[in-house]
Design a binder for this molecule. Sequence first.
Ligand code: CO8
Length: 378
Amino acid sequence: MPSLNTNAAVISGSGLWNPEHIITNAELVAAYNGWADKYNNDHGADIKAGKLEAKPKSSIEFIEKASGIKQRFVYVKEGILDIERMRPVIPERPENVISDQAEMALHAARDAMDAANKKATDIDAVIVSCAYTQRAYPAIAIEVQNALGINGFGFDMLVACSAATFALHRAYEMVFAGTARSVLVINPELTTPQINYCDRDSHFIFGDVATAMIVERADACTAAHCYDIISTQALTQFSSNVRSNVSYLSRAHDVDPFGADKLFHQDGRKVFKEVCPLAEKHIRNHVEAKGFTVSQIRRWWLHQANINMNTLIGKKLLGREATSEEAPIVLDRYANTASAGSIIAFHLYHQDLKKGDLGVLCSFGAGYSIGSLLLRKH
Ligand code: CO8
């Protein structure tokens, strides 16, 4: 590794890959309601006797109004809409075949490397960071590193909604410290296997996608669009209001490894109420600590969990509603993609900024966790 003496780090490229399959709200609601009807019919006697609660119906109007989501990309569509199954069919691959998440990651990684004009030999580290990895080891990052022919090292990290921003923080610190010239950060968010498609409150929330970014030394950057990382800021505060108990311990606990509590579940109302003020305060503190005001921020690449959350945070920050140009929304097309949402927003809406324009990239959600980066077009 060469000895490095610069501390300026930039984001020099981003990448995005989405699966080819889409599920609309109408398709999802029809499947859920079909399943609920069957459940209520099959358990009619117990429901009548008060031993079981009837399953309530979902609605397209509710989903769109409560979340802003209109459709989601899914890695595999087969099985999700089958009322006898209600989960995707993803055949297990043999150990000598690339894993699903590494394959998703590679698509986004190549896109980001192209945007940054970087070859495998320019990169010293790979971080795969997302809400779940499909196995404990070997790291998905090392599999991707191997597939791309990158020297150096790779590791996986999990921080739910803030996996992408927290990984960018680590990449920034590695470049800053001189332990890597260039870091490839990838977020293969394969969320659909963890969704309870029989839960009306959460069946519509998530989609699958992969995003990637290159963080490198400013003096090595040759990209057309490059962003100085002015600073990073992170906050975590423990909460079980968004939780998944999926665990290798289930085998020892003698519990159902696929029980409802092992899948994504949340108290969405509480998350909304508690996270919005936390995120607003965090972002304002971050911007002002660096001597700027929020009115100087040209673009907000915010976490994409719920449109009403983003509208409220925008209003709290600016004292008015942010325009779609200032704070772009992608969750209507992509749904909540765990940590990838703010990276998708950046990827699709960054090229129009002018030299010197400021932007904030910020995630907020499970943990709770909030991660922000203050960026300036180079
Ligand atoms: N159709 C019709 N009615 C419904 C439905 C539905 N599908 N779902 C709920 N309702 C009903 C409720 O039962 C309730 O009825 P009642 O008033 O009779 O009790 C009524 O509608 C209103 O329900 P809510 O108060 O729950 O509705 P909200 O307006 O709060 O909207 C949301 C629900 C959309 C869940 C909203 O609260 C929200 O988005 N909150 C924020 C959630 C959030 O940001 N969570 C963080 C997500 S975590 C993350 O981003 C990454 C985690 C890791 C990835 C995991 C991958 C699997």
